[in-house]
Design a protein around this ligand. Structure first.
Ligand code: FAD
Length: 511
């Protein structure tokens, strides 16, 4: 059995794990930090693939995390640090993450606005509650599904369809599969439902990284040192006592350390054995995280023929994929690369497809695209897809959802350190939870927790900054919400907002 000794072991080389290792080493380069990744690649739920494009050259598309929002400051700052450029692919500089075509009627719009206001009010009540576990409100809202709530609070079918599509696109789940509390905790932290259904610059999806987001993970690994990231090392055991921790992998590697950062999706924590064990209620909650089903695809073409389609908004083209009988089963959007190579990309999130293999998914995707855009769909140059429900050590899709009745426990426990084991991962974030920005924030937070113990003298400034940052982010969330409601004022606010964000961005700029 190979034995190593380091200061900190980070488990998981997704964005959150890599960011925490980066922050630890940047704060104190004397620390010995080792990242253990189960798979043979880094990046976790981010992955960039190569496809042949129109002129025969190779270009890059993301089959995992892709969209970056201007208010996502942790991610934006990190991209700047690593000199990765973004581009805004839409003609209007705006992008509606959840397609709402044909244009929504005024009744549907009013209905949705009222719903957004109500959700906002519920979220402010949740935020004022000290312990969700004992709160009557949290118990009630965790017991009903989002579907129950919207059926009681929406009166137009159009609005219900938008909420349904928003959920499927954002979670890979239907509103009947999540509790109202879960939805409030996650979507409101990202700026509210309005961010997903209205075109505005505060959306989490308005630009993409030139050449693909996976460069971020690669650049971080380069910075922290390739030798400090070990692939194909699935962690199976974590044994701790008051002085130290031993991390064991399935390849019989044993690493002795002072602290651990566990940066893996919640349901995978449940498959690691702990000595002493995790508290039983936390363990059973981790096991009760259902896996969503989501396939992401990208198809390249010689020409962007869909831009001639009536109703499409140039680069802003985006449509719901309808399966006769099953209703909306995914979305497709214009994914033309920064180099101008035409492509379509999208998601398939139909529960009935869970058992299909890649070939069956491909057939289905082409069939749905053809039904929407005609014969030209078949004349593609290259195609790729990724079924995230079958991805080892990730499973499911964007975000791990909780079954109704569990959110009020786990949301509080998810980032509470278990003695010497600290938790990162997008699901533990307090802003943009479920997104890459949340993963980055959680990585910084988990590293800061450890730095307080290992190098308290180095962390005074960091901690002060994160306090200021949290405050700034809370204010920014409010700004995002306001902007959603006042979408008419959006164009006027556009130039101001870019300037307004700079002081917050400055807080994040590295020292
Ligand atoms: C299809 C898709 C599209 C998305 N689109 C967007 C988007 O447009 N914008 C956006 O902001 N976000 C998007 N997301 C979400 C975003 O990608 C994730 O929130 C983020 O990448 C999660 O990072 P993480 O570090 O928290 O977790 P992960 O990326 O899941 O990293 C966890 C790592 O831990 C490893 N691991 C698991 N178990 C073990 C073990 N026992 N031992 C060692 N290692 C282990 C895994 O292999 C993995 O590498 C998307 C996600 C998907 C799947």
């Amino acid at each position: 059995m190979e034995k190593l000794t380091v200061d900190v072991v980070v488990i998981g080389a997704g964005l959150s794990g890599l960011v925490s290792a980066y922050h630890l080493l940047k704060t104190d380069h004397r620390l010995k930090v080792l990242v253990l990744e189960a798979k043979d690649r880094i990046g976790g739920r981010t992955q960039t693939v190569q496809l042949k494009s129109a002129d025969g050259s190779i270009d890059f598309w993301d089959v995992g995390g892709e969209w970056v929002g201007r208010p996502q400051m942790f991610l934006q700052d990190l991209l700047k640090t690593f000199r990765l450029d973004t581009f805004i692919p839409t003609a209007t500089n705006t992008y509606v993450p959840v397609p709402t075509e044909p244009p929504l009627s005024w009744k549907t719009r009013v209905d949705l606005k009222m719903l957004c206001l109500k959700l906002r009010r519920l979220k402010s009540i949740i935020d004022s509650i000290e312990s969700l576990v004992d709160s009557i409100r949290a118990i009630q809202w965790d017991a009903i599904t989002l579907e129950n709530y919207v059926k009681e609070n929406l009166w137009t079918e159009g609005a219900m369809a938008v909420v349904d599509t928003a959920c499927r696109c954002m979670f890979g789940l239907s509103p009947s599969e999540m509790s109202l509390l879960y939805f409030l905790m996650y979507i409101q932290d990202a700026g509210g439902l309005e961010v997903f259904i209205q075109p505005n610059m505060y959306s989490g999806k308005d630009c993409r990284v030139k050449g693909g987001i996976q460069q971020l993970a690669s650049n971080i690994v380069y910075k922290i040192g390739r030798k400090n990231v070990l692939l194909r090392q699935p962690v199976t055991h974590i044994v701790q006592n008051p002085e130290r921790v031993v991390v064991v992998t399935s390849n019989r590697m044993q690493v002795l350390c002072q602290r651990v950062i566990l940066a893996v999706p919640p349901h995978h924590i449940a498959s690691i054995s702990f000595t002493p064990s995790l508290p039983p209620n936390q363990l059973s909650l981790l096991k009760s995280v259902p896996l969503a089903f989501l396939v992401k695809f990208a198809v390249t073409y010689e020409e962007a023929f869909w831009r001639n389609d009536t109703g499409s908004n140039q680069f802003g083209f985006q449509r719901v994929l309808e399966d006769p009988g099953a209703g909306s089963v995914g979305i497709v959007y214009d994914a033309t690369s920064s180099g101008g190579n035409p492509a379509l990309a999208g998601f398939l999130s139909s529960v009935s497809d869970t058992d299909s293999d890649d070939e069956a998914h491909k057939k289905k995707i082409l069939y749905l695209l053809e039904a929407l855009l005609g014969d030209s769909v078949r004349d593609f140059v290259d195609i790729t897809l990724k079924d995230w429900s079958k991805e080892p050590y990730n499973g499911g899709c964007f975000l791990k959802s909780l079954i109704p009745g569990t959110t009020r426990y786990l949301n509080q426990d998810l980032r509470t350190a278990f003695d010497r084991v600290h938790f990162a991962g997008t699901e533990t974030a307090t802003v943009w939870c479920g997104f890459m920005n949340g993963a980055v924030q959680s990585g910084f937070r988990a590293a800061s927790e450890i730095l307080k113990h290992l190098c308290p003298e180095e962390t005074t400034t960091t901690n002060n900054n994160s306090g200021g940052l949290n405050l700034a982010l809370k204010s920014m969330s409010l700004a995002i919400f306001g902007a959603g409601l006042l979408s008419v004022a959006f164009m006027l606010m556009k130039s101001n907002a870019a300037n307004k964000s700079s002081p917050i961005l400055k807080l994040l700029v590295e020292k």
